[in-house]
Design a protein around this ligand. Structure first.
Ligand code: IMP
Length: 196
């Protein structure tokens, strides 16, 4: 069976392929198609955005699609940056500018800055739609540490660890992350519902 993962991010593709590797499914990404696909993420939640991506790409390619939407929620910032995580510091956002803005915003508050990464993973085959959520809890520290991962990883100290998610190995992060949890859940539901 062939499934399309609605992403152009090869890092995410590798993680998700690994999660589905014990099943007889071939997972392609948007990079494998010539169509220029750009889904506007204008939903009000991670779940809405992930479902929108899965359904629009399914409609275009006529194949079963999995998708995700993720971000960081910080308690003291009323769950910001949330669904706006990628563009937190503005239109010309970079990971570094986003991290700098996060450090600045949190200076007004006392430690610990409790936070979590959230990932919604969705599926659509044109008839059935599924969406699930995975969370990765921790706190935000005030100085970046580590070179692995991406995005807010250098500032994120996972619960129970003394290393940031940019200091741990990608193997460990792929076991405990919000994305790993969401896609493992989605996989179980697809199997239960005999959709793969
Ligand atoms: P998207 O799901 O690719 O749209 O990710 C949204 C944004 O959330 C990214 O640009 C990152 O800033 C942040 N983000 C999501 N997952 C992670 C993660 O595992 N580590 C660090 N940042 C993340």
């Amino acid at each position: 069976m062939e499934i399309v993962f609605a992403t152009g991010n090869n890092g995410k593709l590798k993680e998700v392929r690994e999660i589905f590797s014990d099943l007889d499914v071939k997972i392609n990404s948007l990079n494998d198609f010539k169509e220029n696909i750009d889904v506007i993420e204008d939903g009000k939640s991670f779940e809405e955005n992930a479902l929108k991506k899965a359904e629009e790409v399914q409609h275009l390619l006529k194949l079963p699609v999995i998708s995700d939407d993720s971000g960081l929620e910080v308690e003291q910032l009323n769950r910001a940056p949330g669904i706006y995580s990628a563009r937190y510091s503005g239109e010309d956002a970079t990971y570094e500018k986003n991290n700098q803005k996060l450090i600045e915003e949190l200076k007004k508050f006392q430690q610990p800055h409790l936070a979590k990464f959230v990932c919604a993973a969705a599926f659509s085959d044109g008839i059935n739609r599924l969406v699930v959520r995975g969370e990765f809890k921790g706190q935000i520290i005030s100085e970046a540490r580590g070179k692995n991962g991406f995005g807010y990883d250098p500032l994120f100290l996972p619960e129970g660890l003394d290393k940031t998610s940019a200091e741990i190995s990608s193997e460990l992060k792929n076991k405990i992350s919000h994305r790993a949890k969401a896609f493992n859940k989605l996989k179980e539901m697809l199997i239960e519902n005999k959709l793969i």
